[in-house]
Design a protein around this ligand. Structure first.
Ligand SMILES: [Zn+2]
Length: 533
């Protein structure tokens, strides 16, 4: 046994030696390969689980869940008396899921032609959207009314279609059409404010969209367990109440349009009604206007003008310009040379500085020489106004008297008052797009050898200001002397319980003239309106 055994063993040893080597080599090789292979695997795992963890997690979540947006209802805009100026109504969006359409092998031709018929959407466009079979969501039409939505539902029900869906959405309505369009602005297709108050107060008005999240299985159908559905309520937008009075706004727009027609005004116009004591804007109009319900439409006259253009590029450029023009709020965004209305400001400075008194007389022979000017400043009445009291000079709107009053104030004081009345600053009204003014540099204005700037400014010429700046300055002359900050939003409230989120209060910018001077100006201005010559 032993010899055999040893013999076997010997034989075995001899035979085993190379085998052992092979095994060892194989093991080494396998270990090496294993290490290398594992290194690749480990690296891959590290990459997937750590480096790209968020990416893959996101993919998994997207694969297992479906989300639907629940649109928040945009807040209502009211005038000061509770009339609705802008409101949102529920509408629906129709969308298809090409993925489901493919999965359930639904009749694309039938769906496309029926949706095209009900919604008035191009059939070929729908068929193209159906080709993207990885997609769960392709919008066919947004903001459809309930009667149209009912037809889509009927079609879905009758044909047991699983790939066509409806979801709630909202649409903005402006019940008074063009009324206060430049104040209100408008809302784009994504329910975001693009102009006016809709833009300025968008963060309050828009609310926060809600979400419905459902878990789904590998086939993409909703799982049966309601536990897997998560619902995040939409938070509706806040309601905004304006200082605007719709009735005053209506009359302001009516007479602005009439005046523009009567005087054949080419570049439009603006009109503002303000409560002088508080700075509340009661009406603010800019002409021409537009209908925020259909803000892309341009006026009939403009349409005719543009229809003559044959070049496509030129046409779209002109169309864009025409839209921007009609949306422009001239009351705050445009500057102009105010002319005679500014005489009230000159009067206020002179009375406050005690350089004139109501008992002074002013002679007008039709013109007045001014240092630095080659020609005298002419009165609008070429034959002159003769001798007149301060009150009469204001009633006559006499340029010559106003130049004399301005010269008595002097350039330095005049410039100080221009600043104090707010003409160098924007008013800070809560509307987007306010412009500043264009004034003489201080040095030029105060040139002692050339008083022509001062003389012209005394009756409102050679500088440019915005209508809102002028309205607020004139308000200061009659309200007891306070420059007020204008505002157009009275309060912002929570639609659920009516609690106020923001309440705007009158803000005094500064006291510009005294209470007594203001009273004198009121008397003079009343006499202009109420007394016959
Ligand atoms: Zn005169």
């Amino acid at each position: 046994m032993s010899s055999v055994g040893s013999g076997r063993a010997r034989t075995g040893k001899a035979a085993l030696r190379p085998n052992t080597m092979i095994l060892r080599r194989t093991l080494i090789l396998m270990t090496m390969c294993g290490v290398v292979a594992f290194a690749v695997l480990i690296w891959k795992l590290y990459d997937i689980q750590i480096v790209k963890h968020d990416y893959y997690e996101q993919l998994a979540v997207e694969q297992q869940t479906r989300q639907s947006v629940v649109t928040a209802s945009r807040g209502t805009i009211y005038d000061r008396n509770g009339n609705v100026l802008a409101m949102s109504a529920s509408v629906e969006t129709v969308f298809i899921s090409p993925y489901e359409m493919n999965l359930y092998k639904e009749d694309k031709e039938l769906i496309a032609s029926k949706l095209s018929e009900i919604l008035g959407v191009d059939k070929q466009g729908i068929l193209t959207k159906m080709e993207d079979t990885k997609s769960w969501y392709k919008t066919i039409k947004t903001k459809i009314e309930s009667d149209v939505a009912a037809q889509v539902r009927q079609f879905i029900k009758e044909n047991k279609i699983k790939s066509v869906h409806l979801e709630p959405d909202s649409k903005r309505y402006y019940p008074y059409g063009t009324l206060a369009s430049h104040v209100l602005g408008f809302v784009g297709t994504e329910n975001k404010g693009l102009e006016g108050l809709e833009l300025k107060y968008n963060s309050y008005l828009e609310g926060v969209n809600g979400r419905i999240i459902r878990l789904k299985n590998a086939k993409g159908t909703d799982m049966l367990f309601t536990d897997f559905e998560d619902y995040y309520d939409a938070q509706d937008g806040k309601d905004v109440t304006l200082t605007i009075d719709s009735t005053i706004q209506f009359y302001v727009e009516k007479y602005l349009a009439q005046a523009i027609k009567d005087y054949d005004v080419q570049n439009g116009g603006a009109c503002i009604a303000v409560r002088p004591t508080t700075g509340e804007i009661l009406a603010l109009a800019s002409y021409g206007n537009f209908d925020p319900n259909n803000y892309l439409a341009i006026s009939v006259e403009k349409q005719e003008e543009l229809s003559a253009i044959t070049d496509e590029e030129e046409y779209s450029e002109k169309l864009r310009a025409a839209r921007l023009e009609q949306w422009r709020n001239k009351a705050i965004a445009d500057t102009y040379e105010p002319g005679s209305v500014f005489k009230i400001i000159t009067l206020a400075m002179a009375l406050e500085e005690n350089v004139v008194s109501p008992s002074d007389t002013f002679y007008c022979g039709g013109s007045v020489p001014v240092l630095g000017r080659t020609t005298p400043v002419k009165c609008w009445r070429t034959q002159g106004h003769g001798s007149q009291t301060l009150k009469q000079a204001m009633q006559h709107s006499c340029n010559v008297a106003l130049v004399n009053i301005g010269l008595r104030v002097g350039a330095e004081k005049f410039y100080e008052y221009v600043e104090a009345f707010g003409f160098f600053d924007k008013t800070g009204i809560d509307l987007p797009g306010e412009s500043g003014s264009i004034w003489w540099p201080k040095k030029t204005f105060e040139d002692k050898k050339n008083l022509s700037q001062l003389a012209a400014a005394s009756f409102g010429q050679t500088f440019n200001i915005t209508p809102i700046q002028l309205v607020m300055a004139v308000s200061a002359t009659v309200n007891g002397g306070k420059l007020m900050k204008p505002y157009i939003v009275k309060e912002i409230t929570n639609p659920a319980d009516g609690t106020a989120e923001v309440v705007n209060q009158p803000t005094v910018v500064r006291q510009v003239i005294s209470e007594n001077t203001s009273r004198q100006i009121r008397e003079i201005l009343e006499s202009i309106v109420c007394e016959d010559e």
